[in-house]
Design a protein around this ligand. Sequence first.
Ligand SMILES: Nc1ncnc2c1ncn2[C@@H]1O[C@H](COP(=O)(O)OP(=O)(O)OP(=O)(O)O)[C@@H](O)[C@H]1O
Ligand SMILES: [Mg+2]
Length: 250
Amino acid sequence: MVNKIKVENLSCYYNKKCVLESLNINVVQNEILSVIGPASSGKTTFLRTLNRMNDLDITYSRKGDVYLDDNNIFDMKMESLRKRVGMLFAMPIPLPMSIYENIIYAPKRLGLITRESYQDTIVEQALKDASLWNEVKDRLNSSATRMSGGQQQRLCIARILAVNPEVILFDEPCSGLDPVSTAKVEESMLELKQKYTIVLVTNNVKQASRVSDRTAFFLMGKLVEIDKTARLFVSPKEKATEDYITGRFG
Ligand SMILES: Nc1ncnc2c1ncn2[C@@H]1O[C@H](COP(=O)(O)OP(=O)(O)OP(=O)(O)O)[C@@H](O)[C@H]1O
Ligand SMILES: [Mg+2]
């Protein structure tokens, strides 16, 4: 088991108020780690810290360290961190351009396309890995905004994959989707873990139990429990975890 990410004694604050306290957690290479917990428990703050999305927020501060392989992410150049750690948000927002252009946009901007002829290969591979290729291969030049919600979300996944990251962070990726679209995004996540390491924040405990290898339960800024998903859902060690996963919470 190789630890892809190591989080050591991480505490996060907004306006000096602690919202994540002394967190120690590892993410294993090629696993899907789910993070579950009620609203305001610090899940999004945790994800945003992993690729330094909060760096520009002047009310935010942190203590502790995060390592990607053995590099401290706070010592890395922002651009190289963002290439290695991609993030997907709840609401899919494709750029108002074609499907093809959406995918090629970031690799172009980051200077990853060395040969023009290479573009088609990147687009095809990203769409295949996001389980979208068969649905859109005949209309790559049509507008991305005309796709269904579920397709748009998988397009946003493909856009991340086109940059060829090592880690993908998902923040409630299915919260606006119907069950069929949700199943497709989950299917694509299971495909993705062959190549990538995934952290999935979800407000859907069933989703965590379906797709993840391990699950972490956050409550009011603290990690209550982390375990193999199969074990955590069958025999949680903490009462709070049990109450949450059985829907008895609050
Ligand atoms: N930009 C911000 N400025 C100030 N406070 C913030 C900011 N972002 C989050 N918070 C606060 O930090 C705490 C943790 O929020 P966070 O968004 O990480 O929780 P969450 O577990 O993702 O919740 P949800 O399930 O509602 O998405 C909350 O009390 C929230 O109000
Ligand atoms: Mg959140």
